[in-house]
Design a binder for this molecule. Structure first.
Ligand SMILES: NC(=O)c1ccc[n+]([C@@H]2O[C@H](COP(=O)([O-])OP(=O)(O)OC[C@H]3O[C@@H](n4cnc5c(N)ncnc54)[C@H](OP(=O)(O)O)[C@@H]3O)[C@@H](O)[C@H]2O)c1
Length: 296
């Protein structure tokens, strides 16, 4: 499947008025950003509905976009990869998105009680009925993926993971191999190399946030050196600071597909522009270090 370089995250669509949502979605389409990332839980389902209304979903419109949604989080309960929950969740997303198929379905967060045989049954039914064309995961380690893949016969095409310049442990750990410092701690089982090895697309979520949704590092007084470097590169390339942030992710040779979260049409255009820029090796490392990351 050929996909655009960025995925347009729809988690924050809940706050948009219908006209704003329509303008946002049309801007995305105009910028070639036709891949939309959803989840059954975003806005308790309202984000999928707002999106479908904003794009005036019908059969012809459906063919022009790529729709990804997620299941497996049950607010107030926990995580649920049971067959019945997966099937019910997909039916809910299809109804709200006003479509009869998802291009990609991701399992949202690992379920400690996962029974991979059941997941395999659910995926087989969804695939055979045409309701889901491709399958992936989110926030999963290599071992969790391998456990699934022992039973699931469809390939896992994507792993959506938290990754930004300021939250780059999956990259920096690989630089601090076998050292005694904190960065050397293996927090993800080598997920980045695993995904590259198996042709699984890494989809970095929250590319502008530091911490766990603590805030945006652009313009933050917590990151003066990083912002100075980003601004310098933005001036050099004649783009906005937003574009440089996404260009940093795209410069990594893993062919990542960042999932943006902005609901601001101009910022979305700026994110999409990152495809036209290739940072040098020196610039990529300078940004990594300016964010406070270290090299051995
Ligand atoms: N798989 C998972 O577990 C998981 C978890 C979280 C998110 N996601 C997905 O990832 C997507 C992105 O997450 P996110 O929204 O946290 O990502 P993000 O792009 O890092 O953050 C977007 C937020 O930052 C704000 N922002 C402020 N200045 C900005 C700038 N210069 N450029 C861009 N944004 C700026 C945006 O406000 P404005 O709207 O005003 O620009 C928006 O509120 C979500 O929509 C969802 O699809 C997945």
């Amino acid at each position: 499947m050929q996909v655009p370089v960025i995925a347009v995250g729809c988690m924050r669509m809940k706050g948009l008025a219908p006209a704003e949502a329509e303008r946002f979605v049309q801007t995305a389409l105009g910028a070639g950003a036709v891949f939309f990332d959803h989840a059954d839980v975003y806005g308790s389902g309202t984000c999928e509905e707002i999106f479908a209304n904003a794009i005036h979903m019908n059969a012809a419109v459906r063919e022009t976009v790529i729709l990804q949604s997620k299941c497996g989080i049950r607010p107030g309960i926990a995580f649920d990869f049971s067959k019945s929950h997966i099937l019910a969740s997909v039916d809910g997303s299809l109804r709200r998105l006003k479509t009869d198929y998802l291009d990609v379905l991701l399992l949202h967060r690992p379920d400690a009680l996962v029974e991979p045989e059941e997941v395999a049954e659910a995926f087989n039914e969804l695939h055979a009925s045409g309701k889901v064309r491709h399958f992936g995961v989110s926030n999963q380690t290599p071992m969790q993926i391998q456990l699934l893949q022992k039973y699931v016969k469809q390939p896992i095409v994507a792993n959506q993971l938290q990754l930004s310049i300021t939250n780059a442990t999956m990259i920096t750990r690989g630089l601090h191999v076998n050292m005694l410092d904190e960065t050397a701690v293996d927090r993800d089982g080598g997920v980045l190399d695993f995904c590259r090895l198996h042709g699984i697309t890494v989809q970095p979520w929250s590319p502008f946030q530091y911490g766990f949704f603590e805030g945006v590092f652009l313009g933050s007084p917590k990151y003066p050196a990083l912002n100075a470097k980003i601004d310098e590169l933005a001036e050099k390339y004649g783009v906005s600071n937003t574009t440089i942030v996404i260009a940093w992710l795209l410069r990594h040779p893993a062919n990542m597909q960042p999932v943006t979260g902005t609901m601001n049409p101009q910022r979305l255009i700026d994110c999409a522009k990152a495809a036209d820029i290739r940072l040098t090796r020196e610039e990529w490392y300078a940004l990594l270090l300016a964010a406070g990351n270290t090299l051995p």
